[in-house]
Ligand binder design. Structure first.
Ligand code: FEO
Length: 172
């Protein structure tokens, strides 16, 4: 089935949004590393790697449908934050923005009766619940500990346990 032109444009744009997510999160990795918060840097590295995997899913889908991805410029980034809490607040706001984009894509896929796109987007709808949930959980923990250096160190140690595991189809 030929990919609808409007849906193609939005899917192509989503490749940019996912790569931009990785770009934003790598900027946060850099900030956390510079602050000596290695656990948070590790957590955010895994988050950025997941975003590359997300971009890859859209990238492959577009190519499998016989059209070419046209990569777009990424936005200029914020490179510094006042605190880890501010960084995670930004990350949460960004995930909410991405959820909005996925929902818009889903609406469009339904509108143009593209069931294959809908299957792809079903995965992303569920993924966004997880994404907002995991980022929101860290944001909440950081709000709770406030300015406590001990609390921050505990969270940092906890977040350092996260590793990115590529899904089988992406890791081959
Ligand atoms: Fe690809 Fe975190 O959404």
């Amino acid at each position: 089935m030929k990919l609808n032109e409007k849906l193609y444009k939005k899917l192509n744009e989503q490749v940019k949004h996912e790569l931009e997510s990785a770009y934003i999160y790598y900027s946060m990795v850099s900030y956390f590393s510079a602050e000596g918060l290695d656990g948070m840097a590790q957590w955010m590295t895994a988050q950025a790697q997941e975003e590359i995997m997300h971009a890859h899913k859209f990238f492959n889908f577009i190519h499998e449908r016989g059209v070419k991805v046209e990569l777009q410029n990424l936005e200029i980034l914020k490179t510094n934050w006042k605190s880890p809490l501010e960084a995670f607040k930004d990350a949460l706001a960004h995930e909410e923005f991405i959820t909005g984009k996925i929902n818009d894509l889903m609406k469009l896929a339904i509108e143009v009766n593209d069931y294959a796109a809908k299957v792809l987007l079903d995965w992303f709808v569920a993924e966004q619940v997880e994404e907002e949930g995991s980022v929101g959980k860290v944001e909440q923990m950081l709000r709770r500990v406030g300015d406590s250096a001990n609390g921050l160190m505990m969270i940092d140690r906890e977040l350092g346990k996260r590793v990115f595991t590529p899904p089988p189809s992406e890791g081959e």
